[in-house]
Design a protein around this ligand. Structure first.
Ligand code: F6R
Length: 256
């Protein structure tokens, strides 16, 4: 893991945006894994303003609420089209968001995994982290090798996400999410976290033991993951000075 602490969310986001710009320029048919929620919004806004060609890009979103149609304003399908896809020249057939209303959910999940493989695997996976340490909707105690499947949200996550719905009662209990094993197969990951509300989960993810109780901690086993943080999210890191030094003193061959 490479830990990058910036003064604010804006500059931490700029690093992730640059990774995507570079990838799409080097590989116009890249496969991106995408997240929803508040964290990546700045990133998506910034990507919309870059001059990039998305015609050959394929995307796979991490998750979707089960029982919500695509038209529902709280659905992640709606979120992604509203905040990103409609502003790009991406081909709709290359966009994949898990279906919130599948006829056969188990079959759908197996097919989603196959589609990722058929696309050549995910080149770069964008991640946010929940206050309980979840990535995608892999809640605490998720199997560290899990694949795309149905999960049940914790009360904490439902409360956190109630802001996207008309009240807590309307937040679905069930979701479809890529598994931790699916995420770990991405060639590169970038985890973004901003604000002191994320500090505890971030410290546990980076400096705690690898445990299913903090699903994001599995990223310690990933060979190519960057974690881009603002000061608030980094506030509980014990080795922050070391991470700063490493970032500011990269050998020339690595900084390039
Ligand atoms: C959503 C997802 C989740 C969020 C996490 C943080 O697609 O993958 O893991 O990243 O719940 O949400 P925000 O960014 O709203 O704090």
């Amino acid at each position: 893991m490479e830990i990058i602490i910036q003064v604010d969310a804006e500059s931490a986001t700029a690093i992730a945006a640059e990774m995507i710009v570079r990838l799409l320029r080097e590989k116009p048919n890249a496969v991106l894994g995408l997240a929803t929620g508040s964290t990546p919004l700045r990133l998506y806004r910034s990507l919309v303003h870059k001059k990039l060609d998305w015609r050959k890009v394929t995307t796979f979103n991490l998750d979707e609420y089960l029982g919500l149609p695509k038209t529902h304003p709280g659905s992640y399908y709606h979120f992604m089209w509203d905040n990103l896809f409609r502003h790009l020249n991406i081909s709709p057939k290359n966009v994949h968001v898990p279906d919130g209303m599948p006829k056969d959910a188990m079959k759908f999940c197996a097919k989603y995994e196959q589609q990722i493989v058929a696309a050549g695997g995910i080149d770069l996976q964008v991640l946010g982290v929940g206050g309980d340490g979840h990535i995608g909707f892999n809640e605490p105690t998720s199997s560290l090798t899990s694949r795309t499947r149905i999960k049940t949200l914790t009360p904490e996550t439902r409360k956190d996400n109630a802001r996207f719905f008309d009240g807590m009662d309307r937040v679905p209990h069930h979701v479809i999410t890529m598994g931790l094993g699916t995420i770990m197969e991405a060639r590169q990951c970038v985890l973004l976290a901003f604000g002191s509300k994320k500090a505890r989960a971030v410290a546990a993810t980076i400096e705690g033991p690898i445990t299913a109780n903090v699903p994001a901690s599995i990223l310690q086993m990933h060979p190519n993951t960057k974690v881009c943080l603002d000061k608030g999210a980094a506030a509980k890191l014990k080795r922050a000075d070391y991470y700063h030094w490493v970032f500011e003193n990269k050998p020339r061959w690595e900084a390039a």
